[in-house]
Design a protein around this ligand. Structure first.
Ligand code: CO8
Length: 254
C-alpha cells in the first residue's frame, strides 16, 4: 500500500507511504493516491482532505528511476504527468501538510493542494535543472503565480532549496508549525473547514482557483454568479438564520 488513509471525523488524511524512495511519485503512487482520493471526494461525510508524507519526506519528487530511460515519444504518447490533472479536479478542500523534503514533483503536488502547512524542518525546491530537465507537474506555472516571477526564477534556475520560514514569507506556505505539532495543528484547521457546508467550501475553493486563471473582471463576475447560486442551498438559509437567531448553524453538508 503506497497510500494510507485515516479518518478523523469529517477529515480524511492521505499519507504517502513509500519510505524506501522518500515517497518518490511513480505512476503507481499517483494512480493509488488519485483513486483513493476520488472516493473520499465524492463522500459528503468528508469535508476536508489532508495530504501528507513522513517526517523525513513529503515527497522527494517524481520517480527519477521510472523516467530515466524514457524516450521523447514515450513521454509524449503517454502524455506523462497528465494523470495529475485528476488530482487537481478533486473538489473537496485539500491541505498539504509538509514535513521534510518537498522537492520537484513533491513541491508540485503540495502546490496542487489548496494550501500548504509546513513543519519548521520542511524544505521546498524545484531541482529539476540539476537533472537536465525542468519542472513537469506544473511547477513553472504554479510557483510563479504563488511567489512571483523573480523568486520562481531563482528557485527553478538555481535548483536551490527554500526553508519553511522563507516559503511562508514568500507566500508558498500558509502556516508553519513545529514539526511535532504539524499533523495535529493541520487536523484542527481541517476540522474547522469540514464543519462548514461542503457545497460552500467547494464553491469557495473553486472560485479562489479561478483567480489564477481569469482576468479580474471575469473572476469577479464568476464569484458573483457562484455567490448568487449559493442562495439555492439550505446551508445559506441555515447559516444566515443561525446568525440572526444567535445560535450555532447546523449545516447539512450536501
Ligand atoms: N526518484 C526516485 N528515487 C528517489 C528519489 C526520486 N525523486 N529521491 C530519492 N530517491 C531514492 C534514492 O534513490 C534512494 O534509493 P536507494 O536507497 O535505492 O538508492 C532513497 O530514495 C533514499 O534517498 P537518498 O539516499 O538520496 O536520501 P538522502 O537523505 O541522502 O537525500 C534527497 C535525500 C536530498 C531528497 C535526495 O534523495 C535527492 O536529491 N532526491 C532527488 C530530488 C530531486 O531531484 N527531485 C526532483 C525529481 S524530478 C521531478 O520531480 C520532476 C521532473 C519533471 C520532468 C518533466 C518530464 C515531463
Amino acid at each position: 500500500m503506497n497510500i494510507l488513509i485515516e479518518r478523523v471525523g469529517r477529515v480524511a488524511i492521505a499519507q504517502l507511504n513509500r519510505p524506501e524512495a522518500l515517497n518518490a511519485l511513480n505512476s503507481e503512487v499517483m494512480q493509488e493516491l488519485i483513486s483513493r482520493l476520488q472516493l473520499l471526494d465524492s463522500d459528503p461525510e468528508v469535508g476536508c482532505i489532508i495530504v501528507t508524507g513522513s517526517e523525513k519526506a513529503f515527497a522527494a519528487g517524481a520517480d527519477i528511476k521510472e523516467m530515466k530511460d524514457k524516450s521523447f515519444l514515450q513521454m509524449f504518447n503517454e502524455d506523462f504527468f497528465s494523470g495529475w490533472d485528476a488530482f487537481c479536479a478533486l473538489r473537496t478542500p485539500k491541505i498539504a501538510a509538509v514535513s521534510g523534503y518537498a522537492f520537484g514533483g513533491g513541491c508540485e503536488l503540495a502546490m496542487m493542494c489548496d494550501m500548504i502547512f509546513a513543519a519548521d524542518s520542511a524544505s521546498f525546491g524545484q531541482p529539476e535543472i540539476k537533472l537536465g530537465v525542468i519542472p513537469g507537474m506544473g511547477g513553472t506555472q504554479r510557483l510563479t503565480k504563488l511567489i512571483g516571477k523573480s523568486k520562481a526564477m531563482d528557485m527553478i534556475l538555481t535548483g536551490r532549496k527554500m526553508s519553511a520560514e522563507e516559503a511562508e514569507r514568500s507566500g508558498l506556505v500558509a502556516r508553519v508549525f513545529p514539526a511535532k505539532d504539524l499533523l495535529r495543528e493541520t487536523i484542527s484547521v481541517a476540522e474547522v473547514i469540514a464543519s462548514y457546508g461542503k457545497p460552500s467550501a467547494m464553491a469557495a475553493r473553486e472560485t479562489v482557483e479561478q483567480a489564477l486563471e481569469l482576468s479580474l473582471r471575469e473572476g469577479v463576475l464568476f464569484e458573483r454568479r457562484v455567490f448568487h447560486a449559493l442562495f439555492a442551498s439550505e446551508d445559506q438559509k441555515e447559516g444566515m438564520s443561525a446568525f440572526i437567531e444567535k445560535r450555532e448553524p447546523a449545516f447539512k453538508h450536501r
